[in-house]
Ligand binder design. Structure first.
Ligand code: ADP
Ligand code: GN1
Ligand code: MG
Length: 362
C-alpha cells in the first residue's frame, strides 16, 4: 500500500523488538493520522498504534506529549497489579533515546502506543450496556487522575470548551464567509443564532476545575470484544484541566443516538432515553464519590451544551472551507452540523425527564 508517510522509517526510531512486517491506516479519528503497524516478534505478530500528532490543531506537540506521558504513567501506576493491567491504560513506547515522541525531518511529531488487543471501539452505540460501560470507564479515568501530582497540565488547546468563545468564532466565520458557503447554510446559521443562550449554561454554573479528558466520544473508549467490559480510555491529546460536565455531555452526545455523526437521514437522529439512563448509571458508578452536588445537578444540561458546541464548530469549519476537521465528501461538515442540531432538539424535548432521572439516581 502506498501510504502518505513512511511508517517503517518512523517505527525504526522507537524501541520495538522484532521485525517490521507492515503498516496501514487505522480508525476513524477526525484529527490525527493513525496507523496500525505489525511486527514479527519471535514468530508472534505484535501490533502497535503509530500516530502523527496534528500540529495544525495542537500547536505545541512537545507540551502535549509531556501531558500524555504524565497521565499514562500515573494511570499505569494506579492499575499496576490489576488483572489485565496492560489493556487498561495506554503505554507509550519510548524512542531509541528514551523520549516519548520522535520528531521527523518535516517537523512531524510521532508517538507509538501498545495496541489494545481483543478490544474495540464503536462509532455508534448498540446497547445500554455499552453506554454503561463507556461512561463507567470515563468516570474511572477522571477518578484515577484526581490526584495527579502538580504542576497543572498544559492546556493543549486553550479555551477548548469555552462555548461562548466557540460561538464568537462562528459569528466571525459567518461574517467573513471566506468560502462563500453561508448561502448553503441558512437554516443552520439561523438555528445557531437562535440558540445562543445555550453557550453559557456550564460556564455560568461555577463548577470545579479537574483533570478531564475533553473528547469523550464513544469511539475514544475501548471495550473488551468478548465481555463488553470497558477497558481503556484512548485519545489523550485533550486531557487537560476542564469541567467534568463537558466529558459527561460528550458521552451523551455520542452515545445516545443510533445515527452516525455524519448521518444524512436526519430522521435517524435521536436522543434515546434508555441510553442516557445507562450513561448516568455507569458514570455515577465510578464518579459519584468525587462529584459535588452542583456537578450532579448540571449533568442533565451538559448534553445539550456540548452537542450545540460541536454543532457550531462543524458549522464554523464548513463556512471557513473545512480547515480543521478531516472531511471525506462535499458538505461533510454541514452534514455533521445538522445531526448535532437535530440532536439538540431531541434533547430539548426530553430535558425535563432527563433532569428528573438524574435527581432520582444521584
Ligand atoms: P483521533 O485523535 O484522530 O481520533 P485516536 O487516538 O482516537 O485518534 O485513534 C483513532 C482510532 O484508532 C480509535 O478510535 C481506535 O479505534 C484506534 N486506536 C487508537 N489507539 C489504539 C490502541 N492503543 N489500541 C487499539 N486501537 C487504538
Ligand atoms: C475531534 O479526534 P477526534 O476525532 O476524537 C475533536 C473533538 C470533537 C470530535 C467530533 C482535538 O475528535 O473535539 O468533539 O472530533 N477533537 C479535537 O467528532 O478538536
Ligand atoms: Mg479519537
Amino acid at each position: 500500500m502506498n501510504l502518505k508517510h513512511d511508517i517503517q522509517a518512523v517505527v525504526s526510531c522507537f524501541r520495538i523488538a522484532g521485525r517490521f512486517l507492515n503498516a496501514a491506516p487505522y480508525g476513524n479519528g477526525h484529527i490525527n493520522d493513525t496507523y496500525a503497524s505489525v511486527f514479527d516478534q519471535n514468530g508472534r505478530r505484535v501490533r502497535f498504534i503509530v500516530q502523527r500528532v496534528n500540529h495544525n490543531v495542537f500547536k505545541n506537540p512537545g507540551a502535549l506529549m509531556e501531558n500524555v506521558q504524565r497521565v499514562t504513567s500515573h494511570l499505569g501506576r494506579k492499575v499496576a497489579g490489576e488483572s489485565d493491567q496492560f489493556r487498561r491504560v495506554l503505554t507509550l513506547i519510548p524512542t531509541l533515546d528514551g523520549g516519548p515522541y520522535y520528531r521527523d525531518e518535516q517537523g512531524n511529531h510521532w508517538r507509538v502506543y501498545n495496541f489494545i488487543e481483543q478490544a474495540r471501539t464503536y462509532d455508534t452505540v448498540e446497547s445500554p450496556k455499552q453506554a454503561f460501560e463507556a461512561a463507567k470507564t470515563f468516570g474511572r479515568f477522571q477518578k484515577l487522575l484526581a490526584d495527579l501530582p502538580a504542576p497543572r497540565l498544559h492546556d493543549t488547546i486553550p479555551d477548548f470548551h469555552h462555548t461562548p468563545k466557540r460561538f464568537a468564532a462562528l459569528e466571525r466565520a459567518i461574517e467573513a464567509d471566506s468560502a462563500n458557503r453561508a448561502k448553503l447554510a441558512g437554516p443552520e446559521i439561523e438555528f445557531a443564532l437562535r440558540h445562543k443562550p445555550i453557550c453559557s449554561i456550564l460556564l455560568d454554573a461555577i463548577l470545579p476545575e479537574r483533570v478531564t479528558h475533553n473528547d469523550t466520544k464513544l469511539n475514544n473508549v475501548m471495550l473488551d470484544e468478548s465481555t463488553g467490559e470497558g477497558l481503556c480510555v484512548i485519545d489523550l491529546d485533550t486531557v487537560m484541566p476542564g469541567l467534568v460536565l463537558y466529558d459527561f455531555g460528550d458521552m451523551a452526545r455520542t452515545t445516545t443516538s443510533p445515527a452516525r455523526e455524519d448521518e444524512r437521514d436526519l430522521s435517524k437522529v435521536a436522543m434515546q432515553f434508555p441510553m442516557f439512563e445507562a450513561l448516568v448509571r455507569g458514570y455515577l458508578a465510578s464518579a459519584s464519590e468525587f462529584l459535588t452536588a452542583r456537578e450532579r445537578q448540571f449533568l442533565a444540561y451538559s448534553a445539550k451544551v456540548i452537542t450545540f458546541e460541536i454543532g457550531i464548530r462543524f458549522l464554523a469549519d464548513f463556512l471557513a472551507g473545512d480547515t480543521y476537521f478531516k472531511v471525506h465528501r462535499e458538505g461533510h461538515n454541514l452534514d455533521r452540523c445538522r445531526t448535532q442540531f437535530k440532536l439538540v432538539e431531541s434533547i430539548e424535548r426530553q430535558e425535563e425527564q432527563m433532569i428528573k432521572l438524574v435527581e432520582t439516581l444521584s
